[in-house]
Design a protein around this ligand. Structure first.
Ligand SMILES: Nc1nc2c(c(=O)[nH]1)N[C@H]1C(S)=C(S)[C@@H](COP(=O)(O)O)O[C@H]1N2
Ligand SMILES: [Mo]
Length: 340
């Protein structure tokens, strides 16, 4: 469809130093200038106005996150590599093209995003189609914390403590029937709130809404997670509030954010990055160090938040992102070079 438009992340491959490595955090600048201490300065309109040269108005209206009750599921802890990525990195280095294509855009542009009220519909090949409102998203099953490796196709990675439930628990509530062979996901479509949907340039040439899909056995796998939080609190909008997918053995673009619809279907559904550049991004998108992206190697990755300014600490990328023992059997007999 849009094969002639080069995906915007051409410009943002791992060769680039991320802006947050180069610029001091603005809060820290404020601190150094003596503005911050109590944090109360920012609630005064007069002072906030005086600080506009450092803080955009939107950044002053920081999205409120709530603590979430949860238990820790340590079952998969042996599979993550290295140490947790600091929270401030997880919530400031993002891909969420609905809010802009640069890594710092989502945090800057999403702070006023409204997640409540929300409606998530689960329908299609199911016996019990359901609609969940905002509060119900947190009550389908007890919330667990799971620490997972997270690997973007651009060859950067993080280790993130997510809060959520299995996708299987969510989907079972709708009672899929025997024709349900795939699961199709859709992100909210709301150009008034999502500037990348209102401008083809700002949105990286994607035809919105962003869509993703899984085979039913991938969707029902116990590793496949839907997150409603991270680091103990509800998700910030830049990470996909109020609810997003997390498939730890696949490249990050499969982990669709701010989901409004989950549809059980018979046929393999279209997926956003495959539509944009089918020779570069497949339906499966399993992390595989032996199958390079046409324009860069997938053999290693850069850990966000490790290695300090300008030093690009790289670690080897693992087959299925470290989850091969859990998921390799799903792909038995498949040619992983063809089904990238
Ligand atoms: N709706 C939507 N979901 C999305 C994206 C996006 O642009 N829009 N980007 C994907 C990509 S490429 C990655 S790497 C992850 C990034 O998740 P994070 O910002 O929470 O690290 O979100 C994925 N989900
Ligand atoms: Mo990504």
């Amino acid at each position: 469809m849009n094969n002639k438009i080069a995906p915007s992340w051409n410009k943002f491959t791992d060769k680039d130093v991320t802006p947050e490595q180069v610029f001091l955090d603005r809060r820290r600048i404020l601190k150094q200038l003596g503005f911050v201490g109590a944090g109360s300065l920012l609630s005064s309109t007069a002072n906030a106005g005086a600080l506009d040269f450092l803080f955009g108005e939107k950044e002053q209206a920081a999205f409120a996150r709530s603590a979430l009750q949860h238990t820790k599921n340590t079952q998969y802890d042996a599979l993550y590599t290295g140490t947790l990525t600091p929270e401030d990195k997880v919530i400031s280095h993002n891909n969420f093209y609905e809010f802009g294509t640069a890594k710092t855009d989502p945090k800057r542009n999403a702070q006023e995003f409204k997640v409540n009220p929300w409606e998530l519909v689960i329908d299609g090949e199911v016996d019990n189609p359901i609609k969940l409102d905002y509060d119900q998203l947190f009550k389908i099953a007890p919330l667990e914390e799971r620490i997972y490796n997270f690997r973007c196709v651009e060859a950067w990675s993080m280790v993130i403590p997510w809060l959520g439930i299995t996708l299987a628990d969510l989907i079972k509530a709708a009672k899929p029937n025997s024709r349900a062979k795939y699961v199709a996901f859709e992100t909210l479509y709301d150009p008034k709130q999502m500037p990348g949907q209102a401008s083809r340039f700002m949105g990286g040439g994607i035809d919105y809404p962003y869509v993703e899909g899984l085979r039913i056995d991938e969707a029902m796998h116990p590793l496949t997670f839907v997150a409603v939080g991270l680091y103990g609190k509800t998700l910030p909008p830049q990470n996909g509030a109020p609810i997003r997918l997390v498939v730890p053995w696949k490249y990050g673009f499969k982990s669709i954010k701010s989901i409004t619809r989950i549809r059980l279907v018979e046929k393999q559904p279209p997926t956003t990055w495959n539509i944009l550049a089918s020779n570069e991004y497949g339906f499966y998108a399993n992390v595989n160090p032996e199958v390079d992206h046409p324009r860069w190697s997938q053999a290693s990755e850069r850990r966000i938040g490790e290695g300090g300014i300008l030093s690009a600490k790289r670690i080897p990328t693992q087959m299925f992102n470290g989850y091969a023992d859990e998921v390799a059997s799903l792909y038995k007999g498949m040619d992983l070079r063809r089904n990238y």
